[in-house]
Design a binder for this molecule. Structure first.
Ligand SMILES: CC(C)(COP(=O)(O)OP(=O)(O)OC[C@H]1O[C@@H](n2cnc3c(N)ncnc32)[C@H](O)[C@@H]1OP(=O)(O)O)[C@@H](O)C(=O)NCCC(=O)NCCS
Length: 173
């Protein structure tokens, strides 16, 4: 981001953020296993996130966006936003029941525009999701990422998350 983008607000997503959020989802194909279709991964994430923007569906959970003030730019992973800012990051968070019984929160999607990484926005978005999770009264916040997504694994480790499970897959002949 350029100097005019230094002010970034993290706030709940609004209906007008939808298109910009959908564009950011393309960032979620990183590190996908070679036996999976990265486009299908992105499309699934797009569908999940789209559900939050359908008011009549009243989907539980929350979506937060990072919006940079200043001159908006067009292009990959970003978009103009109604009030003049640029949506440069998104996180979705919801609750589900862990198989051991308790309800817990999980982060479904987290993405920062490629031109806005390493500026602390991932940390701020995750922090918003954590605050929301605390408000739900749950004890744990979990998330999954592709084993090959080295950047995300380093990021989550730096944010204090511990690796809990590893899923093995064999491609059958
Ligand atoms: C993972 C992601 C959300 C991180 O967002 P970000 O805004 O760049 O992260 P931050 O700037 O808040 O980074 C906080 C700390 O995490 C660590 N970190 C972040 N990205 C890292 C990377 N690529 N490699 C190593 N460590 C990294 C660092 O310790 C960093 O602190 P520092 O910059 O002072 O060294 C971002 O890279 C992204 O959107 N990736 C594509 C989508 C994705 O993979 N999402 C997660 C899977 S669901």
């Amino acid at each position: 981001m350029t100097a005019e983008h230094t002010e970034v607000q993290v706030r709940p997503a609004r209906p007008e953020d939808r298109d910009a959020v959908m564009r950011l989802v393309s960032r979620l194909s990183g590190g996908v296993a070679e036996w999976r279709d990265p486009e299908a991964v992105v499309e699934a994430a797009r569908q999940w996130l789209a559900g939050y923007f359908v008011p009549e569906r009243k989907q539980p959970g929350a979506v937060f966006v990072a919006v940079a003030a200043g001159q908006a730019r067009d292009g990959e992973g970003s978009d103009r936003e109604g009030s003049g800012g640029e949506v440069v990051g998104v996180v979705s968070v919801n609750t589900h029941r862990h198989f051991t019984g308790p309800m817990e929160a999980y982060v479904g999607e987290l993405a920062v525009a490629s031109h806005a990484v390493r500026m602390g926005l991932g940390r701020r978005l995750l922090s918003a999701a954590e605050d929301w999770a605390r408000g739900q009264g749950v004890r744990h916040l979990t998330l999954e990422t592709a084993a090959g997504n080295t950047a995300a694994r380093r990021f989550y480790t730096a944010m204090g998350y511990g690796e809990e499970a590893i899923r093995f897959t064999r491609v059958l002949d």
